[in-house]
Design a protein around this ligand. Sequence first.
Ligand code: WTA
Length: 662
Amino acid sequence: MAIKKKSEKISASTDAITSSLKETRVFAPPREFAKNAHIKSPAQYQKLWEQSVKKPEVFWGKQAKENLEWIKPFKKVLQWKAPFAKWFTGGKLNASANCIDRHVTAGLGNKAALIWEGEPGDSRTLTYQDLLRETSKCANALKALGVTPGDRVAIYMPLIPETVIAMLACARVGAMHCVVFGGFSSEALADRINDCGASVVITADGGYRKGAVVALKQNVDVAIERCPSVSHVLVVRRTGTLVTMQPARDHWWGEFLGRMSSHCPPYEADSEHPLFLLYTSGSTGKPKGILHTTGGYLLGAALSAKIVFDLKPSDTFWCTADAGWVTGHSYLAYGPLANGATIVMYEGAPNHPDWGRLWSIVEKHRVSILYTAPTAIRACLRAGDSWPAKHDLSSLRLLGSVGEPINPEAWMWYHEVIGGGRCPIVDTWWQTETGSIMISPLPGAIPQVPGSATKPFFGVFPDIVDKNGKPVPAGSGGFLVIRKPWPSMLRTIWGDDERYKQQYWSQVPGVYFTGDGARRDKKGNIWIMGRIDDVLNVSGHRLSTMEVESALVSHKLVAEAAVVGRPDELKGEGIVAFVTLQVGFSASDALRDELKKHVAVQIGALARPDDIRFADALPKTRSGKIMRRLLRDVAAGRNSNQDTSTLEDLSVVAALRADSED
Ligand code: WTA
C-alpha cells in the first residue's frame, strides 16, 4: 500500500504551543488479538482506568499483591507527603528474587530467560536456572568486594548477558546499580561515578560495535584516575583485547566468580529501599541521578510489561534498547523478567553486517514482540524494504515504539512492512523519571492512531495545562502534567531534594511536570509534541543543550557557545552549535572538526554536533539572554517570525545564517 506523508508542524514555546498535525487514520485492534488479550475492549479499559484513578490505593494494593512476591506483606499502600511518596510501606521484597527465584520455584527453571546474540554472530541462551546461578555468584562476588546494602555499583558494559546479571546481582544484595551507557566517554563516566560515589565498577575488556571493539576498560582506567570512591573493578572478558589489570584493584569476572558459591540468599529489602540510580539530562548542564526504589518501581515495570505488551508465557520479547537507558532497565530486564518471559538481547549495531540484521534476529529467535525506537525504524525504512523481505517475520504479533514521537510515515512502514498489517503498534510515552509506561494504547483494547500515544495507563492521571496550571480545551496544546503519584515515579534526584521539588513539582504547584508539550484531541487521544525546555532528543536519547555548551566552552579557543536542536529526518533532532572564539583566533574547518571531536570526548559520540557555526557574537537580548528561539529558526534554515525588537545587534543573525556548513 502507498505510504503518504502527512504534514507536521510543531512549534513549542513556553507561552503557547500550537499544533497543526492532522492524522485521521485509525487502526482498531485486530479481532483475534483482542479476543486473547489481557484487556479486550475499550469498555474494559475505561472501567478499570476509572477505578484505578478514583481509588488508586485499592487498585495498586491489589496489583502489588497479585504481581509481586513479598517476603513480608506491606501495611500501607501509599504515604504521600507531596512531593515525596512512599509506596507499600512495611513490605519487604527482593527485585532479583521476583525476576528469577519465583519462576524457578514455579517450575520454570529450564525455560529460556535470556537469548543473547553477539554482534559477530555468537549466541548464548540462559535459562532461569542459569540466571539464578550466575546472579547469585555475582552477588557473592560483590559481597566479597565489600559491597553492602545501599552502596552504589557502576556498570559500564556492552550489551551482554553479564550486564543484566550484574544489575540483578546488585538488587540481590541490596546495592544500587548505576548503569552508564557504554557510548559515554570516560569524562562522562567519571562525573557519574563521582556524583553517586560508587565503590565498585563492573565493565568488560571491550564490546563489539560495527565490527570494531569499544575500549571500555581503557575508558574506566582513565575515568577512575579521578574517582577516589572506587576500590574495585570487575572485568568481563568479552573481546580478548589486551587490557591493563591493576593488581588488588582489578579482577577478572570469570576467575573471581568461579571462586564464589552459587547460592546467595536475597537481601530482604524494604519496599522503599533504593534499587537504582540512572543519570539523565535535564535543562541544566549537570546530569541528574534519578532515584528509583524497589517495590513501586518493580510493580510499575511488571504490570505495564504485562498489560501494554500483552505479555504471555509463550512470548519472546525483544527490546532493542541498551541497558544504559531506562528502557533497557524496565523492558529489557525488570518488566519482562518479573513476568517470567523470554527476553532477546543483541549486542551490536542494527546495520552490521548489513541492514538485514534486526530482521534476521527476529526470524532466528522467533521474536513475537519487538520494542524499538522511531530513529531505528526510520533508518530501516530508508535502507529499504528488500532487507525485511528476505526474512520470515511471521512470528511477530505486537510492535512497540518509544523515545520520541513516531512520525506517521514511519508508523505506517512499521505497521505494513514489519508487522505485515496484522500487528498492533503500541506507541509508548514515558520517561526515566516515570520508571514505566504512562501513556500508550493497550493493544487489544484501544484503537491506534499513527503518531498518537493515545490513552493513559492504569493509575495514571495526566492533564494538559497552560502556564497557570489551568486545563486547556481539547485540540489546544499545553504542558503535559501528571496529577497523582504513581508507584514507579522517581523518588528524588540523588543528593538534591531541592532540585527534585523545583524541577518536577513547582512549575504547576502540586502536580508532576513532565517537560513535554502535548494536546488531547476530541476523542481523548493524547499527542506528544516534544520537549518544551532546553532538552534535545537525539535518536531518542536525552541531552541538554547546556551540557553540550559546557563541553564546547571547556575548549580553550571557545569563548561562548549556544546549542539548539534542528529537525533531523533520521535522528529526530540534530545538534547545531553557534560558537564565538577567543579574541585573536579565527574559524577554520579544522577547528570545526576539532570541536566536534572535543564534544564527543567530553560526553560521547551521540552528543557530537552535526553543524558548528562560527560568529563574532551571539544574538542576545539587551539584558544579555541568548535568543534561543531565534537560533532554532536559524539552525533549521527557517525565516524567523520571532520578535527581534529586543535584539541588541541585528547584524549578528545575518552573520550566523551566512556561516552554514551545508
Ligand atoms: C520523549 C525514554 C513522544 C519525551 C523512555 C520524554 C516520547 C522523553 C515518547 C523521555 C513517545 C519518550 N512519544 N515522545 N512515545 N517516549 N518520549 O527519559 O520527550 O530517555 O519526555 O525516557 O522522551 O526520555 P527518557
